[in-house]
Design a protein around this ligand. Structure first.
Ligand code: 5GP
Ligand code: ZN
Length: 115
C-alpha cells in the first residue's frame, strides 16, 4: 500500500481509469498513453514495487494474473494476430510507475529486439 502511488489510486477508484477487468487480486485497465491499438496494464491489487519485490507468497496470484491475461487478449480479439506481454523492471528497462504492472500490447506488428 502506498498513498502516493497512481496505480493504488486507480485500484481504490480515486483516480479514474478505463477498467476492462477486475477481480479480487488484479485489475486490467487501458494505458493512458497507448503504444499500440490495444494497450492494457494489468496490476496486482497488492502494492508490489517492482518485479524484484515479488515473494514466494505472490506466486499463485502472479500465475493467475498471467493466465487471465490470455483470456483478456482473447476478449480483445488479438489472440490469433498476436500480442506482446512486457514487464519493465527498474531504470534500464524504463520502469516509470513503481507498482508492478504487466503491459499487454496488440493490434499491430512489433519488432524484435525491442528498443
Ligand atoms: P512503465 O514504464 O512503468 O512500465 O509503464 C508505466 C505505464 O503507465 C506507461 O505506459 C504510462 O503510460 C502508464 N500510466 C502512467 N500513469 C497512468 C495513469 O494515471 N493512468 C493510466 N491508465 N496509465 C498510466
Ligand atoms: Zn501502488
Amino acid at each position: 500500500m502506498s498513498t502516493d502511488c497512481v496505480f493504488c489510486g486507480i485500484r481504490d477508484k480515486k483516480i479514474p481509469a478505463d477498467i476492462v477487468f477486475e477481480d479480487d487480486q488484479m485489475i486490467a485497465f487501458k494505458d493512458i498513453t497507448p503504444q499500440a491499438p490495444e494497450h492494457l496494464l494489468i496490476i496486482p491489487k497488492k502494492h508490489i514495487r517492482s518485479f524484484n519485490d515479488l515473494s514466494d507468497d505472490d506466486a499463485v496470484m502472479l500465475g493467475k494474473t498471467f493466465v487471465k491475461i490470455k483470456d483478456i487478449a482473447r476478449g480483445l480479439s488479438i489472440s490469433e494476430s498476436g500480442y506482446r506481454i512486457v514487464v519493465n523492471c527498474n531504470g534500464d528497462a524504463g520502469q516509470e510507475v513503481f507498482h508492478l504492472h504487466v503491459h499487454l500490447l496488440g493490434g499491430r506488428k512489433f519488432t524484435w529486439p525491442p528498443g
